[in-house]
Design a protein around this ligand. Structure first.
Ligand SMILES: Cc1ncc(C[n+]2csc(CCOP(=O)(O)OP(=O)(O)O)c2C)c(N)n1
Length: 529
């Protein structure tokens, strides 16, 4: 790839799509330092990765400082903070075991990234064939599943027996654990709505009669409204972070919480009185559902009201912040068009910023599974296109079924970080369809600056740039669209093109609209937005 940042992003997305570890490599020094954003994204999103990084020869250690040895710097202390484990290979004899350690640690427990650092002289040595039995199963996650303590299940059941309106909120941990069927079972027994975090989107199909879609800042108002009405919240595989909980104001601090998680350090971090079920998401949901099946419950959600909210949100009229302007598309309309034209076999990848929120709240996932990929760990711009390359490679190599296409959605700011990877997609014959929401501005930053410092704005605007022209130069088929029917035609053409040449569709979009939902002002049920 053109940039080590892209390499690690692609490996991350490959791991998310396939359920196996992603691997990338980078050269000593500037290559290694470029891995930081991707390693932190994978760490905060709990994605197993192995980054193989080279280093100066062992004998040159005294030449590390100030680049006496060309490109050397303290890369270990720099990268070690970003990963679960940093293995430095000291001899060829230790290589097989070190490699095994990196893979084993990346995929076990809460998954995360690891680094294998190999000095240049070790790389150059001839290694004997390893007398070490390699086992592919270590590269797959979740590898070892643990079940909850029955006494904790009994406490959770006792709490739920007092609940009229429980809600299940599932995060990325549930998606990684393939816990969808068990979570559906749990919600069925409880007769309750199911919400997801942005990273958990896909655990259940959003067509389900009790699915209220994504909660939090990048979510859907009906999900936040269901959270407000809930008198007990069951988090499954979620770090209950800022975006999901509207700055830890929802659930309210006095709402009873049950938390199923693989990482004991997460349970109780945001909601101190949580009933803790230390468990894999799949086994935890199954055990709770099983115990509840024989319990007396008194849940009474208004199912018809939930059904109505779903219909209004997905198919009702869209409320815009400003009136439609000719020649400028609304991202909400772009999402509805994408949804109409894309098939259920297509996968969707978003870049950071508003693109994640537009898809999170406005693009209904009609089938469950790992179908939507977004960088919410570090939320760094430029993740989208390289990640689409990783997902598309997974399709091309048979790592995941290949019936559909990979669609990438990015703002123009984010697209600018990694646009050279269009050539990678072309060279690898990956028929990715990218849609750039070109509002010629760093939209989210502009919106927050306007809200916080309206009298001291600095410019977040760009010149009007033709990203279509640059993508054409990089070898893609392109289209520039500013009307909905043009967009629909371009998408249909791109998605049915059999040439395996990537497509880049540049849409002129407005600067004003935002998918970001307002934060609540208080942690109590009395405070509003
Ligand atoms: C690498 C990186 N730098 C800075 C930011 C801070 N940031 C968050 S959103 C945003 C604006 C993104 O603009 P664009 O990609 O055009 O999307 P839009 O918000 O306009 O939809 C910025 C700069 C970030 N998330 N990542």
């Amino acid at each position: 790839m053109h940039d080590e940042r892209s390499g690690v992003y692609a490996a991350d997305a490959y791991a998310r799509a396939t359920g196996t570890i992603g691997v990338c490599d980078a050269t000593v020094g500037p290559g290694a330092s470029n891995l930081v954003s991707g390693l932190v994204e994978a760490s905060s999103s709990s994605v197993p990765l192995l980054a193989i990084v080279s280093d100066i020869p062992i004998a040159w250690e005294h030449r590390r400082a100030h680049g006496s040895a060309s490109q050397a710097f303290e890369q270990r202390s720099f990268l070690e903070a970003c990963v679960k484990y940093y293995g430095r290979v000291g001899s060829t004899a230790s290589l097989p075991e070190m490699l095994h350690a990196c893979i084993r640690l990346a995929t076990s427990g809460r998954p995360g990234p690891t680094v294998l650092e190999v000095p240049d002289d070790i790389f150059a040595e001839l290694a004997e064939d390893a007398d070490f039995p390699a086992s592919r199963e270590y590269g797959v996650y979740p590898r070892l599943r643990s079940a909850p303590d029955p006494s904790d299940i009994a406490r959770a059941v006792a709490m739920l027996q007092h609940s009229q309106r429980p809600i299940v909120v599932v995060g990325g941990g549930a998606l990684r654990a393939d816990a969808g069927p068990e979570i559906l079972e749990l919600a069925q027994v409880l007769g309750c709505p199911i919400a997801t975090t942005l990273t958990g989107k896909g655990v259940v199909a959003e067509t389900h009669p009790m699915a209220v879609s994504v909660v939090g800042r990048f979510g859907v108002p009906m999900a936040n409204s269901a959270m407000e009405q809930a008198d007990c919240v069951i988090f499954i595989g979620s770090k209950t972070g800022q975006t999901t909980t509207l700055n830890w104001t929802l659930p309210f601090l006095d709402t009873p919480v049950i938390h199923i998680d693989i990482d004991p350090g997460e349970i109780g971090r945001s909601y101190h009185n949580s009933v803790a079920l230390l468990s894999d998401a799949k086994l935890g949901a199954a055990a709770l559902a099983e115990a509840l099946r024989t319990s007396v419950l008194s849940t009474d959600w208004d199912r018809a009201a939930i059904r109505q909210m779903q219909e209004d949100w997905w198919t009702g009229p869209i409320a815009f912040k400003e009136a439609p302007v000719e020649g400028v598309l609304k991202p909400q309309d772009v999402m509805r068009t994408l949804r109409r034209v894309m098939s259920d076999d297509d996968l969707i990848v978003s870049d950071a910023s508003l693109a994640s929120g537009w898809i999170g709240g406005r693009f209904m996932l009609r089938q469950a599974g790992r179908r939507f990929f977004a960088p919410r760990g570090l939320a760094g711009l430029g993740w989208g296109l390289p990640a689409a390359v990783g997902v598309s490679e997974a399709m091309a190599s048979g790592g995941i079924p290949a019936e559909g296409r990979v669609v990438c959605v990015a703002g123009d700011g984010g697209w600018g970080y990694s646009l050279a990877e269009v050539e990678t997609a072309l060279r690898r014959r990956l028929p990715i369809v990218s849609v750039i929401l070109n509002n010629s501005t760093l939209g989210w930053i502009k919106h927050s600056a306007a809200a916080r410092y309206p009298d001291a704005m600095v410019s977040q605007d760009f010149e009007r740039v033709s990203y279509a022209h640059s993508a054409e130069g990089l070898g893609a088929n392109v289209a520039t669209v500013s009307e909905l029917d043009q967009l629909e035609l371009a998408l249909k053409t791109a998605l049915s093109d059999q040439s395996r040449v990537p497509w880049v569709i540049e849409a002129t979009t407005c600067k004003i609209e935002t998918p970001v939902l307002p934060s609540r002002v208080s942690t109590s049920s009395k405070g509003g937005y």
